[in-house]
Design a binder for this molecule. Structure first.
Ligand code: HEM
Ligand SMILES: CCCCC[C@@H](/C=C/C=C\CCCCCCCC(=O)O)OO
Length: 564
């Protein structure tokens, strides 16, 4: 936040910088007798108009006096011209040991993750409050921090000039690097790290050189998956889409980037073990926060108590590594020849990017898309079908990137799913310096080093931003009105109207996710007129309960084979 201080002095030259040696901050309204003084150094910068911009760290109510001595030892005084109230951050970490233990019981047993945050937001009447984040003791370090649950305060998580993202992928707990060949992965690097820029650029390059494969491999994996779905339905079975999605997405990702079918026979083949190898490697690696599907009491004691050692999955990860090292030759060649990366490090990063960043997110997103579109009933399915059929048939080549781009309702539906059911629900960062953050109704002082944790489930339902925030509105992101909401769509660790770059921490697969999610819906309504899922369905439980019960094949398939 920038506080414009109207200077009463002649403007200094632009070279002069003023270092505040003593700031008198009025913690409450200036009429209050009590004020408090801040001792601290803060750099101001002047501009020709003489207006001093006090960047972001100090808040003063009107009438406060800010003493400031400039380098030329000339003293000056300013009066502030704006007001903002600095509020103590509500909440508590509880007593040592007992506080985190109570929070752990609330989070994993008595309340569940959404109610855990909602109960505290209601209790403190604030979207910013102190809390113990998971994972919890005894075996995990204290993750005391400040929760951010509104759209306004969330933005600080993206401002890497104010916060650092080293080892912040899952908050205070970062798995041992043993799980990733001894290397820190791209997602765990702060953008100031040179290796971050190199690895993210490598990813962008791999997505670019494989762009033509994407649609083809996706459509192929989609067809295989739904052939199997239809076979099972014809045998009178309900089809658990969360499990069939895992093979579907892994096949698509690996065929597209590694240029090899994971199950293709060979000395390093993954056979059909890919999904279970990745689920186990990830579940053990992130055990403290993992949702394993194991009986709850087992999950609590086996996974949530202490970080599990890598040796438990050494053999499984060895198979994954051998597959990539053996077959991902082109991708590794790009990494080493074009980006100078060590082949070893490139291989481990490729596994993590495809297996955690890409796969883990998409296998949660596709069932959520089915869930929301099924809940939209025949009306929404009819509108989606009409849009797909008219757009695809209008271009000779069927579901091309251009055809997908001409499906506004499909895209808006995908974005609305990403709003309501963002697969990556938490983003963390640590304050680089003392800083001020703002919610819609107050400003708070965050001290250097404090952990900030955003909970997207609430920020994506911020009633100050979204009309009818709890309701799935497929059209929400359509037209000019929808375009204005893109800055409020936060699923990719950044604002949706802004691009992921090599120097920010926004999801490297952001565009790919939106494109193939639109392609997923377009394929679905090319192949089917409609579909139904079993009730009750759920995407907030783990594993998600999304089971196909029936599909109505397309009466007039406009399918034109996609060019290879
Ligand atoms: C629905 C699917 C996905 C979701 C919800 C998702 C979400 C996110 C989020 C929230 C982050 C930031 C994590 C943090 O630092 O706090 C992230 C980072 C990242 N994602 Fe994704 N992602 C998805 C799919 C993908 C795909 C398909 C790829 C690659 C093909 C990918 C590659 C990455 C990478 C490389 C990073 C680290 C970026 C960096 O550190 O600069 N993601 N993703
Ligand atoms: C969970 C959704 C993952 C989306 C991938 C995305 C960003 C992820 C950010 C943090 C999630 C880290 C992995 C959590 C593992 C949970 C284990 C389990 O419960 O099995 O990177 O692109």
């Amino acid at each position: 936040m920038e506080l414009i201080l109207a200077t009463t002095l002649n403007p200094f030259s632009t070279e002069t910088r003023c270092t505040a040696t003593k700031l008198k901050i009025c913690r409450s309204r200036p009429t209050a007798a009590a004020t408090s003084c801040w001792q601290g150094l803060n750099a101001f910068s002047s501009s020709k108009t003489g207006l001093w911009v006090l960047s972001g760290r100090w808040i003063a109510a009107p009438g406060c006096v800010i003493k400031c001595s400039v380098f030329s030892s000339e003293s000056s005084s300013f009066s502030t011209s704006q007001s903002a109230s600095l509020r103590e951050i509500p909440g508590s970490y509880g007593l040592p040991v007992f506080g985190p233990l109570k929070d752990r019981l609330d989070f994993f047993w008595f309340q569940g993750e959404n109610q855990f945050y909602k109960a505290r937001m209601d209790k403190y009447e604030s979207t910013v409050f102190r809390v113990n984040f998971p994972p919890f003791p005894p075996g995990f370090p204290y993750s005391r921090g400040v929760a951010l649950l509104d759209q306004k305060s969330y933005g600080v998580l993206y401002d890497t000039s104010k916060v650092q993202k080293e080892d912040m992928f899952t908050g205070s707990f970062a798995p041992s690097k043993d799980f990733t060949g001894g290397y820190r992965m791209l997602a765990a690097l702060d953008p100031s790290h040179e290796k971050h820029t190199i690895l993210k650029s490598m990813l962008f390059e791999l997505l670019k050189v494989n762009r033509t494969r994407t649609i083809f491999e996706f459509s192929k994996a989609f067809a295989e998956t739904f052939d199997a779905v239809e076979r099972q339905i014809s045998q009178g079975k309900q089809v658990d889409f969360y499990s069939s999605t895992q093979k579907f997405v892994l096949d698509f990702l690996i065929r597209t980037i590694v240029h090899r079918d994971p199950a293709k026979p060979g000395h390093a083949s993954l056979a059909n073990d890919g999904p279970s190898l990745f689920q186990t490697w990830i579940g053990v690696q992130y055990g403290g926060i993992a949702q394993s599907g194991l009986p709850h009491i087992v999950e609590e004691f086996a996974l949530h108590n202490f970080p599990l050692p890598f040796f438990l999955v050494k053999g499984m990860y060895g198979r994954i590594y051998k597959f990539f090292r053996t077959y991902a030759t082109e991708a590794i060649a790009v990494a080493s020849s074009k980006f100078g990366l060590d082949r070893e490090e490139a291989t481990h990063n490729l596994i993590f990017i495809l297996g955690v960043n890409a796969w883990l997110g998409l296998i949660r997103l596709f069932p959520a898309i089915i869930y929301h579109v099924a809940n939209g009933g025949s009306e929404l399915q009819g509108r989606l079908r009409a849009e797909v059929r008219s757009s695809a048939s209008s271009t000779r080549a069927g579901l091309t990137a251009e055809a997908i781009a001409s499906m506004p309702l499909i895209r808006s539906t995908v974005l609305e799913v990403l709003r309501l059911s963002a697969p990556a629900k938490y983003q963390y960062a640590r304050a680089k310096t003392d800083l001020i953050i703002e919610s819609h109704d107050a400003a708070y002082m965050i001290k250097k080093g404090e952990l900030l944790g955003g909970c997207l489930h609430f920020a994506s339902r911020d009633p100050a931003v979204f009309d009818d925030p709890e309701t799935f509105v497929a059209d929400r992101f359509m037209g000019e009105k929808g375009k204005k909401l893109l800055p409020n769509l936060l699923w990719s660790n950044g604002y949706n109207h802004q691009p992921a770059t090599a120097v920010n921490k926004q999801c490297g697969g952001k565009d790919l996710v939106e494109h193939i999610s639109c392609l997923f819906l377009a394929e679905l309504f090319t192949r089917y007129d409609s579909f139904q899922i079993a009730e009750p369905a759920s995407i907030y439980s783990y594993p998600p309960r999304i089971k196909f019960t029936s599909m109505q094949k397309a009466s007039s398939p406009s399918r034109i084979p996609v060019p290879v």
